[in-house]
Design a protein around this ligand. Sequence first.
Ligand SMILES: *Cc1c(COP(=O)(O)O)cnc(C)c1O
Length: 495
Amino acid sequence: MKYVSTRNKNVFLSASETIAQGLADDGGLLTPEVFPKLTPEMLEDLRGKTYAQRAVAVMKLFLDNFSEEELTSFTEAGYASTKFDDPKVAPLHPLNDDTYCLELWHGPTSAFKDMALQILPHLLSASLVKNNEKKTVCILVATSGDTGKAALEGFKDVKGTKILVFYPKDGVSKVQALQMQTQEGGNVGVCAVHGNFDDAQTGVKTLFSDERLRDDLAKRGYFLSSANSINWGRILPQLVYYISAYCDLLNLGKIQMGEKVNYCVPTGNFGNILACWYAGQMGLPVGKLICASNSNNVLTDFLATGTYDRNRPFHTTMSPSMDILVSSNLERLLFALSGQDDKLVADYMQQLNKHGGYTVSDEIKAKLKSDFYGGFCSEEETGKVIAEVWKKYNYLIDPHTAVAYDVMEKYRRETGDTNKTVFVSTASPFKFCDSVLHSLGVAEVQDGIDALDQLSQTTNRPAPVPLASLRNKAVRFTESVDKEKMEDVVLEMLK
Ligand SMILES: *Cc1c(COP(=O)(O)O)cnc(C)c1O
């Protein structure tokens, strides 16, 4: 199978080159040229398999220069019971006969980023060997919270790799900071940056584009790479859980083979929902794809009007991992919906860069409307939904998941669609204790990690072990630097 750039379809890369490279040289996103078919017979076969086996079966369709043995060892390590606290890895929680919550936060960092970041490091490490790369890769990450910790856990002690994470000193929650400061592993580094997320991200981008630094590191035997969600190795493992959820619904006797199921996904960078759309392209019977946004509702407007416009106020919300105005992975959808018109996509992206927006053709707009529904959930509604779902179903959800639930219900009320619906839960409620406690009506919320115990006591639910045990972990990383000094941190780690 060949991979092409969304801005130039005459670029042809193998699977391992695609994963090692991350982004195309022209700035486009590397994407499979064709999508393999998922037949009802294959789905039938997947029904009897474990999650790790399902992942091998799906991923091998795309990664043709990896062996089945390799993929089996990656998924057995990544989705091991020492890493995931549920044997089903991505279990479905039924709310009623029509509504199922797909829980994607049973991994080591309690957010859905683990689903891909437990696999990507293995794919990358093997890709470097396949590509005859002799240097060691150093993954640089700027994080607003979830990605940094998930990447650290994923890359921890993976051979041929190092990882260095920068987070904004005043931009992450106490629990998130502590998760990173206590990170274990011999190949990891963590450093706070004075400023906000933008400062950290700009700093990392500057490091990536610094040729002098690149040469210096090459002499030391290193090269820099990124682990963000534009890498195909992060999208591919995400196709698996949509297919897996369908198998589970079949096994529960809730649907017939071929029956359409709607999926509702809380969306930021558009990676997670894109994976579901790709699964539908392969042949998974996907009904409507419901794209749920918070008050940063640029995607809701785009799906309604065909015009993408990032020129708008930025809102800081209870669901911070969705506080995004430019959803990078949308580029891959536009490439597919335009019939792989690379020139058109390059033109849209140039307009986005220059003017902050673009308007798609009527043809693309019609396709968007037939596959997607977009909606958003305000801050006030997010809080209400957390309380409502707790009261009605005795089920605790985090603010990102609440956004998905709210938009799913809006869609149903608006359309009367009665398909069975899976809504996606992207984080454990214990990662966002403050917001959840406030939403449940608790007036005095305790500080930092004490809020974990408070939420646990209030709801009589245990906190995930990796979060509960943070209290007893040694703090390893306390350094903080100005943005201008980030290079020194890199050089110190890679000396
Ligand atoms: C990253 C993240 C999202 C957004 O996912 P995208 O793939 O960027 O659309 C939603 N919820 C949580 C908790 C996340 O960490």
